[in-house]
Design a protein around this ligand. Structure first.
Ligand code: G3H
Ligand code: 13P
Ligand code: ZN
Length: 312
């Protein structure tokens, strides 16, 4: 099996009413934890790399780790650039072996977003790579961007047909109330997503894959483990799982998850080190962290995404 694009994955997910998990990767243990769970569940998978991850681990290391995971699992895996900020990073990833890129022009004007996205699509399609665009703005914190709740804005359904037809994108990320990071709602606030917007977009773009960013559920089990073992995470709140299941049954074919992996990994390390303060071999404390990644990814595949047994 070689790296695949998301085209066939999304078509089957759309028809089958499930979604594919797009998990952020930064190091070997995270790649292994995700792909071991996917292997055991025979699930298709997207591994995605942010600009921050490329800076941290280096492009070549991440590509080789993902290639190793394919050799190890024989699963259909897509390698995706998460939140590409400009043409240059998209080009570097297309030239450097990725099968999918996101160009995130969501902070630009509608016309500027179209122009930039179209430029990336032309280059990507000429090289057999698919492109995700974004309309609407999520709140929350990513590496280089911090969007306040006031600056966030829902996707306007009346813009999606024009955006997709003029750019030629293969999938579209939308903003319906999810946000990046582990603090998605204020304490006491009722978590809500704008399913009316998703449904309207689904009607306007029939048989077209929609992407949900900021879709971690922030497992309270891992938050508790972190806090019980010397961490301090107050008021971490995520998207309720039943909302993600509903989105997956509609037009959403790709669900982005990063914060949940960070929490699981950190919980594993903290718990181990707290119980074994005299240990200093990274293999000892990274093993439980990798196992927690595997556990959370399996949980997502089976209980949230519905893609168990769907590897092509
Ligand atoms: O949406 C962003 C992802 O969670 C990646 O975060 O830019 O800190 O690697 P990062
Ligand atoms: P979370 O912060 O909710 O995991 O979102 C990740 C994401 O959207 C990556 O693009
Ligand atoms: Zn995102």
């Amino acid at each position: 099996m070689a790296l695949v694009t998301t085209k066939e994955m999304f078509q089957k997910a759309y028809e089958g009413g499930y979604a594919i998990g797009a998990f952020n990767v930064n190091n070997m243990e995270i790649v292994q934890g995700i792909t071991e769970a996917a292997k055991e569940e025979n699930a298709p998978i997207i591994l995605q790399v942010s600009a921050g991850a490329r800076k941290y681990a280096k492009h070549a290391y991440l590509v080789k780790l993902v290639e190793a995971a394919i050799a190890d699992t024989d699963l259909p895996i897509a390698l995706h650039l998460d939140h590409g900020a400009d043409f240059e990073i998209c080009k570097a990833c297309i030239d450097g072996g990725f099968t999918s890129v996101m160009i995130d022009g969501s902070h630009l004007s509608f016309e500027e977003n179209i122009a930039l996205t179209k430029k990336v699509v032309e280059y990507a399609h000429a090289h057999g790579v698919v492109v995700e665009g974004e309309l609407g703005r999520l709140a929350g914190v990513e590496d280089d961007v911090n969007v306040s709740a006031e600056d966030a804005s829902y996707t306007r359904p009346d813009e999606v047909e024009e955006f997709v037809s003029r750019t030629g994108v293969d999938s579209l990320a939308i903003a319906i109330g999810t946000s990046h990071g582990a603090f998605k709602f204020k304490p006491g606030q009722k978590p809500e997503l704008r399913f009316d917007i998703l449904e309207e977009i689904g009607k306007r773009l029939p048989n077209f894959p929609i992407v949900l960013h900021g879709a971690s559920s922030v497992s309270q089990e891992y938050v508790k483990l972190i806090n019980e073992n010397g961490g301090k995470l107050d008021d971490a709140i995520g998207i309720p799982e039943e909302m993600l299941r509903k989105a997956a049954s509609l037009a959403v074919c790709k669900i982005n998850i990063d914060s949940d992996l960070r929490l699981a990994f950190t919980a594993g390390i903290r718990e181990y080190m707290n119980q074994n303060p005299e240990h200093f071999d990274p293999r000892q404390y990274l093993s439980p962290a990798r196992n927690y990644i595997k556990e959370i990814v399996r949980h997502k595949i089976v209980n949230v995404l519905g893609c168990s047994g769907k590897a092509l």
